[in-house]
Design a protein around this ligand. Structure first.
Ligand SMILES: Nc1ncnc2c1ncn2[C@@H]1O[C@H](COP(=O)(O)OP(=O)(O)OP(=O)(O)O)[C@@H](O)[C@H]1O
Length: 274
């Protein structure tokens, strides 16, 4: 039985031989189905930043959703801060575990803020309407994300709306943050500023971040770990170049020298169509 994490020493996130199959209409895995995720293990400590990479449909979002407590798995397969995320909802309601993904309304609600984004409301009202936030942190985030407080949410562009979303999702001091490609709508400068802020959150506050992305631009010095999620057989790599060769991801071709010291975990992720 795994206890509650002592954040100084214990891993913040532990995935232990994770196995997962999407349930069928009766709530159970269809007979004979191959698990989408199998034998996936990963452990991350305070301060670590993990990139989750892989082709479309590889299972990155599924893994983040499991980590965010949205899909039930055996309690010992996934622990965040020493607790089972699916069973211990205080992890998310307290803001210790935050999830920022593609769908605004749901993800923000999931992080504890149930706010309708498209209504006629100002960015200021949204960002100052969240209780229990350090005003200095809020001011820093507004600056980092270059949010204009007078923006009306029903009139802004997708990228501007996205900035407010991210700002909202980061207002509380999370311990573990799950990011499912949230930077697609951001321009290059905004993305770089955000990545710098997130790295600082890990280095200064000891937060742990898992970030699923296809965009490798500007990430050369960002991660401490890279996890490559792939269809089919067990994949093993020690550098991003290895990942590039195995995955044939065209985006990585532009970054052949992208390589860090501490790397790649192994896992088996099967495509649903296998
Ligand atoms: N609710 C669901 N029920 C059944 N199958 C699903 C469900 N959600 C996703 N899948 C399947 O699981 C597989 C992995 O999907 P997932 O969204 O985790 O991939 P991904 O790596 O995040 O892809 P992308 O890079 O395109 O976002 C896909 O084959 C997808 O069709």
């Amino acid at each position: 039985m795994v206890g509650v994490a002592n954040e100084q020493n214990d891993p913040m996130v532990v995935i232990n031989k994770l196995k997962f199959t999407y349930p069928g209409i009766d709530g159970h895995p269809p007979p004979g189905s191959v698990p989408l995720i199998e034998d996936f293990s990963l452990s991350l400590k305070s301060g670590e930043r993990c990139l989750l990479v892989g082709a479309n449909g590889a299972g990155k979002t599924t893994i983040l959703k499991i980590l965010g407590g949205k899909h039930m798995v055996e309690p010992d397969m996934v622990r965040v801060l020493g607790r089972s995320v699916f069973h211990d909802t205080s992890l998310t309601s307290s803001g210790d575990l935050a999830y920022l993904g593609g769908e605004w309304r749901r993800e923000v609600a999931f992080a504890g803020f149930d706010v309708a984004i498209q209504m006629d409301i100002s960015a200021e009202k949204m960002l100052f309407g969240v209780a229990g936030v350090d005003p200095q942190r809020r001011a820093e985030l507004i600056k980092v994300l270059d949010v204009d407080l007078s923006w009306r949410m029903h009139k802004v562009s997708d990228g501007q709306r996205r900035r407010v979303q991210i700002c909202m999702g980061l207002l509380k001091e999370f311990k573990v943050l799950l990011l499912d490609e949230i930077t697609v709508d951001l321009d290059v400068l905004a993305r770089a500023d955000l990545l710098t802020f997130l790295k600082k959150e890990c280095e200064v506050r000891g937060a742990t971040i898992i970030y699923a992305t296809h965009i490798f631009d500007g990430l050369e010095n960002w991660p401490s770990h890279i996890v490559y999620v792939a269809n089919g057989k067990l994949q093993l790599a020690s550098t991003m170049e290895d990942v590039r060769k195995m995955s044939n991801l065209s985006l990585m071709v532009s970054y052949p020298s992208f390589c860090i010291d501490n790397l790649i975990y192994t896992c088996t992720v099967h495509s649903c169509t296998n």
